[in-house]
Design a protein around this ligand. Structure first.
Ligand SMILES: NC(=O)c1ccc[n+]([C@@H]2O[C@H](COP(=O)([O-])OP(=O)(O)OC[C@H]3O[C@@H](n4cnc5c(N)ncnc54)[C@H](OP(=O)(O)O)[C@@H]3O)[C@@H](O)[C@H]2O)c1
Length: 329
């Protein structure tokens, strides 16, 4: 992402109006997550606009920063569901000193709505001190069970095998096989993969059926990432990007300025750059699901409103042309 002096626009008002072109529509908050349509993860139907839980536990992920206020995070989760979210992404390693994403989800939403799909991820783990470790195939069962305990469920809807960056060229087949056994045992309903190459998607699919691929993706994505997104559509797999708002800021969030193209499209619609980023994400294909992460109720409302924000073909082409961004794995 190119640093500029521009910062994110002020949040839109509830009655923001389109000023750009006659064919553009503008988001008005609060809007239901249903506005962006649905996709099927196996036999589970989800609204394409979902929610990522990584930002609920602290001002920074993974125990850095300051723990978020518990009631505020619980309120964000409940409001997300009220606004139509029925796809939540989480992990048992999303915890700060005093907050756990899975515990917050459990506290906020159990007994869970019947249509709620909770997706989690395994392979990385964090011990009680917060130090990272990586599971062997045999240790994946313990990670799945840790998620079951935290969420208070007897099975997990979707589990992504989150591949370590060092394995970019390596085989993931053994780990996929171990997860497939847990699926066969009834602990998991559907499998996905995360932080993968096209070759690793093929490896995994040779072992077990997948329903989704979760990779970093956003405005300015590299050609390899664009190709993988398209491949997922051809294979009928959901492509679930993370860092759609954060971009090159990654874990740090949307810092360091915004592309002028994004800022200008946002200004034309009277919305925020984050909303433009989400609308662009959802325009990448019917199989693309957004999981914006926030611990801020106002940002949540904005993000849900982005599901109804329609960008013109000219705006989409302009944003498509932005590159490159540093979206390395
Ligand atoms: N598979 C993987 O390896 C992987 C890696 C990373 C993330 N994920 C998943 O993907 C989800 C999304 O990724 P992410 O949360 O890292 O990034 P993101 O959704 O792209 O952006 C989140 C960041 O943007 C801020 N933000 C959110 N909405 C905003 C708005 N309307 N205006 C301004 N700022 C806004 C958030 O801060 P505030 O909290 O202050 O709003 C946070 O700093 C995560 O929550 C997690 O579930 C998966």
């Amino acid at each position: 992402m190119r640093p500029t002096t521009q910062t994110h626009a002020a949040p839109p008002t509830a009655t923001a109006t389109a000023t750009a072109t006659p064919t553009a529509t503008t988001a008005a908050a609060p809007t239901s997550a249903r506005a962006a349509g649905t996709w099927r993860l196996g036999d589970l139907t989800v609204n394409r606009l979902g929610f990522g839980a990584m930002r609920l536990t602290g001002t920074e992920p993974f125990g850095d920063g300051v723990p978020r206020d518990r009631e505020r995070s619980i309120g964000v989760l409940r409001r997300a569901v009220e606004l139509g979210v029925n796809h939540i992404d989480t992990a048992s390693f999303y915890f700060s000193a005093t907050r756990s994403a899975n515990e917050l989800i459990n506290r906020a939403l159990a007994p869970y709505p019947e249509d709620l799909v909770i997706t989690t991820k395994v392979w990385p783990g964090r011990d009680a001190s917060g130090d990272w470790w990586w599971a062997s195939p045999a240790q994946l069962r313990g990670q799945v069970e840790e998620n079951l305990r935290g969420l208070g469920r007897d099975h997990l809807d979707v589990v992504n095998l989150r591949v370590p960056p060092r394995l970019r060229d390596g085989s993931i087949a053994e780990h996929v096989g171990a997860l497939a056994e847990l699926r066969d045992a009834g602990l998991i309903r559907h499998l996905g993969v995360s932080n993968v190459t096209a070759a690793q998607v093929a490896q995994a699919r040779a072992v077990a059926p997948l329903v989704c691929v979760q990779n970093p993706y956003g405005i300015g994505a590299a050609q390899e990432s664009r190709d993988l997104l398209r491949l997922c559509g051809e294979l009928g797999l959901a492509f679930v990007p993370f860092f759609a708002i954060a971009g090159a800021g990654r874990e740090a969030g949307p810092v360091g300025g915004e592309h002028p193209e994004v800022s200008e499209v946002a200004e034309a619609h009277g919305v925020s750059p984050a909303q433009v980023r989400l609308a662009w994400t959802l325009a990448q294909g019917p199989h693309v699901l957004a999981i914006p992460g926030t611990g801020d109720p106002d940002h949540l409302a904005q993000n849900m409103a982005a599901g109804a924000l329609s960008l013109t073909p000219a705006e989409l082409a302009r944003l498509d042309a932005v590159r490159p961004a540093d979206m390395r794995r």
